[in-house]
Design a protein around this ligand. Structure first.
Ligand SMILES: [Fe+2]
Length: 318
């Protein structure tokens, strides 16, 4: 009887699971697949260890959670689409650019806290990520649980943000980042494809998502992405901006995060309706290459501003 082992990711964290024993054989067992789905729903993040580091396994594991959502932006590089549709490639190569300076430190692959597809009316259910080229240090992928963030938020702020909706844009330029900015943030060299994405951002309506939503379990989730947020719908004034900034700063300050140091034999899946993620950045001398699948499944609470209709080509690597 094939089986896998599921245990808490870290004793001091109320979310996340660690799963070992996943092979093509164990994945063929419906009881194991159900076990993985239950851990995903319950814990929000799963670290799969000692798993076969292949694209085939990446797709097989993704299929346990749900069907893939395609990623149609032309600037997003795909991996051998005939063989592995739906796998996207995210690379940093020192010769290509993509370096930022954050509070005095030059970093590559740095990404602020966010949830994926916030700039779209439809979210994705999950992402499955693996690392192909790992820098010798740094480049940690960090996760924080929105259920815990909701509980940790100051009661006054919680009450003021609870029923608000947040505006998001596809504007990925750090120069335009408005909320939750580090004290000092500056692009040193632009990452490939950014110009094309920014041009697309100007053609798209802004997307709107609730700051707090309630899961089927009854648990409330604080689900605000500091990156790409543009304001509070209906209150784009100084007071609204101060409120959103205060919430974003508390997210950063109170994030009881899990930080993942990658091995080639790891794969991670996270619940994009619940968990925020970020990347710590790494020394710009070293390349980093990640691949991700995107599992479809929307929570049905997002929309485009003013009943706008967005172009369906709104998927990005972030
Ligand atoms: Fe992301």
């Amino acid at each position: 009887m094939p089986s896998v082992r599921v245990c808490p990711l870290q004793e001091d964290l109320p979310f996340g699971a660690r799963v070992s024993g996943v092979t093509h054989e164990t994945l063929g067992d419906e009881a194991v697949r159900r076990q993985i789905r239950e851990a995903f729903e319950d814990r929000g993040l799963i670290v799969f260890e000692d798993i076969e580091p292949s694209g085939q396994m990446h797709l097989a594991l993704s299929a346990v959670i749900g069907p893939l959502k395609d990623h149609p932006v032309p600037s997003v590089e795909r991996v051998n689409q005939d063989a592995m549709p739906g796998v996207i490639d995210m690379q940093y190569n020192p010769e290509d650019g993509g370096v930022v300076e954050v509070d005095g430190q030059r970093l590559a692959s740095w990404i602020p806290w966010h949830f994926d597809h916030c700039y779209n009316n439809e979210l994705n259910r999950a992402g499955v990520l693996r690392a192909l080229t790992i820098p010798p240090e740094g480049g940690l992928t960090r996760f924080v649980d929105g259920i815990e963030l909701y509980k940790a938020l100051s009661p006054g702020l919680r009450q003021r943000i609870e029923d608000r909706d947040i505006l998001y844009t596809l504007n990925l330029a750090y120069a335009d980042m408005r909320f939750g900015r580090p004290r000092h943030l500056q692009d040193i060299s632009f990452r490939p494809g950014l110009t094309e994405v920014l041009a697309q951002a100007k053609r798209q309506p802004r997307a709107v998502h609730p700051a707090v939503w309630t899961r089927a379990s009854g648990e409330k989730v604080l689900h605000v992405s500091p990156w790409m947020s543009a304001g509070i719908e209906g209150q784009e004034d100084a007071e609204g901006d101060r409120l959103l900034e205060a919430v974003c700063q508390e997210i950063i300050a109170k994030a009881n995060a899990y930080s993942h140091a990658w091995k080639p034999t790891d794969m991670l899946i996270w619940d994009n309706w619940r968990v925020l993620h970020s990347v710590s950045g790494a020394d710009p001398r070293y390349p980093r290459r990640m691949q991700r699948t995107t599992i479809s499944g929307d929570y049905g609470l997002g929309y485009f501003e003013n009943n706008g209709v967005g172009d369906k080509i709104l998927e990005m690597t972030v």
